[in-house]
Design a protein around this ligand. Structure first.
Ligand code: GSH
Length: 224
């Protein structure tokens, strides 16, 4: 792990969730100096005064980039896709210039607004007590539909936009959700996604980011 003292690098407020993991993958991939600050979502630390001053939405991930020198230029950013784009632009990696850029952004948006949104909704619905049959099927169908789009895109390609990019990091974090992992591995419909998953898992930076995420409920370092 690249680690620097808090205050001299990028503070990354995160947790072991898809949104938290995709940013950690990017930080590990770029080698940018960062300091992970674990937010215990179960204990509600995302709603602490300290954290709400960083992200008023009270959701991880969020970053503070201390590398910007002027005091009033300290950058605070939330929304995992925005953070991925920011880190790609400041590192110069995983988001090309020119026409290829919009191809990556198109796939990034599919992963964040379609796959991630359906996956998160499916999780929230699964926590509702009572009959959730129709709603649950609705989100499961959407997830399978989006994965089928990614599956077709990966035909003859190693990565979603050709070269490895932030779109792959975004989708991979979602495929680590157990129900999605199971769907990809157990269905005959996703051979390209299975091979892509293996390519992703073999990347040292991806492996480091995944190992780094502690189980939920781990001790937190956030003040107040
Ligand atoms: N669209 C946001 C979603 C952020 C989000 O929902 N984060 C969740 C964890 S994956 C969270 O912090 N939830 C805490 C809460 O809602 O109380 C992103 O992409 O970063």
């Amino acid at each position: 792990m690249t680690q620097a003292l808090k205050g001299s690098a990028i503070d990354c407020y995160t947790a072991a969730t898809p949104n938290g993991r995709r940013v950690l993958i990017m930080l590990e991939e770029t080698g940018l100096p960062y300091f992970p600050i674990w937010i215990d979502l179960m204990r509600g630390e995302q709603r602490s005064t300290h954290f709400l001053a960083i992200n008023p939405e009270g959701a991880i991930p969020a970053i503070i980039d201390h590398r910007l020198s002027a005091p009033n230029q300290q950058l605070m950013l939330s929304q995992s896709a925005a953070i991925l784009i920011y880190l790609a632009e400041t590192s110069g990696h995983f988001l090309p210039q020119g026409a290829g850029r919009y191809n990556v952004l198109q796939w990034l948006m599919l992963c964040i607004s379609d796959v991630a949104c359906a996956s998160s909704s499916a999780f929230q619905v699964s926590r509702i007590k009572g009959d959730i049959g129709t709603v649950s099927t609705h989100f499961a169908t959407r997830i399978a539909r989006y994965l089928a789009i990614a599956e077709r895109q990966l035909q003859g390609r190693d990565f979603l936009a050709g070269a490895y990019s932030i779109a792959d990091m975004c989708l991979y974090a979602n495929t680590l959700v157990p129900s999605i992992t199971e769907l990809i591995r157990q269905s005959d419909n996703f051979p390209n996604l299975r091979r892509w998953e293996m390519r992703m898992a073999e990347r040292p930076a991806v492996a480091r980011a995944i190992v780094l995420c502690p189980p939920s409920g781990s001790p937190s370092t956030i003040p107040g």
